[in-house]
Design a protein around this ligand. Structure first.
Ligand SMILES: O=C(CO)COP(=O)(O)O
Ligand SMILES: O=C[C@H](O)COP(=O)(O)O
Ligand SMILES: [Zn+2]
Ligand SMILES: [Zn+2]
Length: 310
């Protein structure tokens, strides 16, 4: 079973009006938890690696861990670079065997974003790798860059059409009100579904990607706060909104914060309840289980990708 591209996966998802989870991975326990969940649910799966993850774990460790997951699980998995910030990192990942890369030129003016994305698309396609790009800008924290609410901009539907036509990109990340991190809304959660619908109607064959799509599960926030953490007021995208986004053309849903919260809640709880234990396996085991349970819930009850493996 190999690493695969997302091309067929996205076609099926778009047609079936469900979404594929793209989960950020940083170490072995995170990978194992996610992959076990996807296997039990017989769900297609995207594992994504950020520049920060490559720096933390080293590129070779992460690549080999994902290869181990493919071998051990027998699943076909997409290995994707998340938020590639320049041509060089995209090229490095493509040369390294990634099957999908994101070039995130969203901080640049429109024409520069197009030129950069086009350059990555040309190289990636010559190697059989698919490309995600971003138009519009999400608020929140991303690789140590904090985009303020003021700097954030929603995706312009007409620009999206021009962007996809001129770059030849395979999928497009859009900004409709989600943001990275655990503090997504101050008041009532609100996403611009009208905008999403418009983009989908104008680009019926382009898989859309929703970044900043963690739901920030209250049970994990509560456990973190109960066991010594301090994350008051954390709030994510309600599950119903993710379901609706999938119905309206979103094929890829990016999830990192929920993994972090699940893992941290489990570790905090274990260490508080077992103060004399110092064997990392004893607290990383429950952390892996928490990730598995959370991912399984998402696949089954939110993304709708259970039993969609071909
Ligand atoms: O978009 C993401 C990764 O690219 C993750 O978003 P969250 O912070 O909502 O998990
Ligand atoms: O979008 C950002 C992801 O959550 C990755 O975060 P990171 O850059 O801290 O690894
Ligand atoms: Zn971005
Ligand atoms: Zn993102």
């Amino acid at each position: 079973m190999p690493l695969i591209t997302s091309t067929q996966m996205f076609k099926d998802a778009k047609k079936g009006k469900y979404a594929i989870g793209a989960f950020n991975v940083n170490n072995m326990e995170i990978i194992q938890g996610i992959v076990e969940a996807a296997k039990e649910e017989q769900s297609p799966l995207i594992l994504q690696v950020s520049a920060g993850a490559r720096k933390y774990a080293s590129p070779v460790y992460l690549k080999k861990l994902v290869e181990a997951a493919v071998e051990d699980s027998g699943l076909d998995i997409v290995l994707h670079l998340d938020h590639g910030e320049d041509f060089e990192i995209c090229k490095a990942c493509i040369d390294d065997g990634f099957t999908s890369v994101m070039i995130d030129g969203s901080k640049y003016p429109f024409e520069e974003n197009i030129a950069l994305t086009k350059k990555v698309v040309e190289y990636a396609h010559s190697k059989g790798v698919v490309v995600e790009a971003e138009l519009g800008r999400l608020a929140g924290i991303e690789d140590a860059v904090n985009v303020s609410e003021k700097e954030a901009t929603f995706t312009d539907p007409d620009q999206a059409v021009e962007f996809v036509e001129r770059t030849g990109v395979d999928s497009l990340a859009i900004a409709i009100g989600t943001s990275h991190g655990a503090y997504k809304f101050k008041g009532e959660p609100r996403l611009d579904f009208e905008r999403l619908e418009k983009i989908t109607n104008l680009l019926p064959n382009t898989p859309l990607v929703l970044h900043g799509a963690s739901t920030v599960l209250p049970e994990f926030v509560k456990a973190c706060n109960e066991y010594g953490g301090e994350i008051p007021g954390a709030q994510g995208v309600p599950e119903d909104m993710i379901r609706q986004a999938a119905k309206l053309g979103v094929c890829k849903v990016n999830i990192d914060t929920d993994l972090r919260l699940a893992m941290t809640a489990a570790v905090r709880k274990f260490l508080v309840e077992n103060p004399s234990v110092f064997d990392p396996r004893k607290y990383l085991g429950p952390a892996r289980e928490a990730i598995k349970g959370m991912v399984q819930h998402k696949i089954k009850n939110v993304l709708g990708s259970s039993n969609k493996l071909k």
